[in-house]
Design a protein around this ligand. Structure first.
Ligand code: TYM
Length: 336
């Protein structure tokens, strides 16, 4: 993704406003968004259409969407340089999503592990939207001809189906969509729960100590790390079977840039207590400035709304170019 040439790479990613982002969202995705936003042509969005595949409380969803948008600004995603928007405010996503449903096989959508997991978790509401979730995600990406999509490892399969849909459509008609590549960081791609390090850290974990949230109070962040599940060896080293320590080392490495060998050396002879505290402090150094900025802008609703409105207009302009081409190719009668 070196931009020596004139044309910058187009980067797109989104996050659901179903809660405050976790450390997993932050290290797996948001931190990379902020880095990539410096030299690429970027679009970032709040995926509220995806959020309603699980039942949401309307007032809470509205508030969380605004706050997620404010948090994206607080992360340093400059709305003048990047397009930062809310998915439902750009109707082309739903429009292309429908069309792509008709170019996706039932069998391939059925293989999505996230669909299987969420169907189990929300057995009382296995709706069609949950099933067609990946085609809407494909629409999000393909509408903007994105070259790269920075995501955590859990979204890899959705990127693969997006590539398959794009190639299929391009093959049936003629080149229409850029075939996007996932950008999955070497570190932080799968941050695990602090209470069960064999499980992914998730926004919806029932155990409040399992997930750290970007807007958690500093004291709470320290407490959560102190109670992180580890092992009885009392030796900071990366090894099979030491899931808790491996997870903490991954987090620490992501925040400090230190390699695992350096970490092992630094903590040689020290106990887990010291290490957990160091990990918590490395996180605080990352999130404190974001929290300060967030608190500064979140009450300025007029500013946030202005940015969202302009973001949606810019996104819609680009999205329309692709959608118009697609509608023509599939044979819709278009009147001028
Ligand atoms: P969402 O909202 O679940 O998560 C946002 C991002 O955070 C990453 N992530 C993690 N990374 C590392 N460790 C974890 N424990 C962890 N948990 C979550 C996710 O991989 C994601 O990158 N379907 C997407 C939202 C979406 C999207 C898109 C993404 C909608 N349209 C188009 C990219 C492009 C989702 O539910 O992310």
């Amino acid at each position: 993704m070196e931009n020596t040439q004139e044309k910058k790479d187009r980067v797109l990613s989104m996050i659901q406003p179903t809660s405050v982002p976790t450390l997993g969202n932050y290290l797996g995705a948001l931190k990379n968004w902020a880095d990539m936003s410096k030299d690429n042509d970027c679009l970032f969005a709040v995926a509220d259409l995806h959020a309603i595949t699980v039942r949401q409380e309307p007032a809470k969803l509205r508030k969380q969407s605004l706050e997620m948008y404010a948090l994206l600004l607080a992360l340093g995603l400059d709305p003048e340089k990047n397009i930062v928007f809310v998915q439902s405010q750009v109707p082309q996503h739903s429009q292309l999503g429908w069309i792509l449903n008709c170019y996706t096989q039932f069998g391939e959508a059925s293989r999505m592990t996230q669909f299987k997991d969420k169907s189990e978790k929300h057995a009382d509401n296995v709706n069609v939207g949950l099933f067609s979730y990946p085609t809407l995600m494909a629409a999000d990406i393909l509408l903007y001809q994105a070259d790269y999509v920075p995501v955590g490892a859990d979204q890899k399969q959705h990127l693969e189906i997006t590539r398959d849909i794009a190639e299929r459509f391009n093959g049936i008609y003629s080149p229409t969509f850029t075939v996007p590549k996932p950008y999955i960081g070497k570190l932080g791609a799968k941050v695990m729960s602090l209470q069960d390090p064999t499980k992914k850290m998730s926004k919806s974990d029932a155990n409040p100590k399992a997930s750290v949230f970007v807007l958690d109070k500093p004291d709470d962040i320290v407490k959560k790390f102190k109670s992180a599940v580890t092992d009885s060896e009392a030796c900071v080293r990366y090894a099979e079977g030491k899931d808790g320590i491996n997870n903490l080392m991954g987090i620490y490495s992501c925040c400090t840039g230190k390699s695992f060998e350096e970490i092992e050396k630094d903590f040689d002879g020290k106990g887990y207590g010291d290490f957990k505290l160091a990990v918590a402090e490395s996180i605080l150094a990352e999130v404190k400035p974001v929290q300060e900025k967030f608190n500064e802008i979140v009450s300025d609703k007029a500013y946030i709304e202005k940015c969202a409105k302009e973001g949606a207009e810019k996104a819609s302009y680009l999205a329309n170019k692709t959608l118009t081409k697609v509608m023509k190719k599939v044979g819709f009668w278009q009147v001028k």
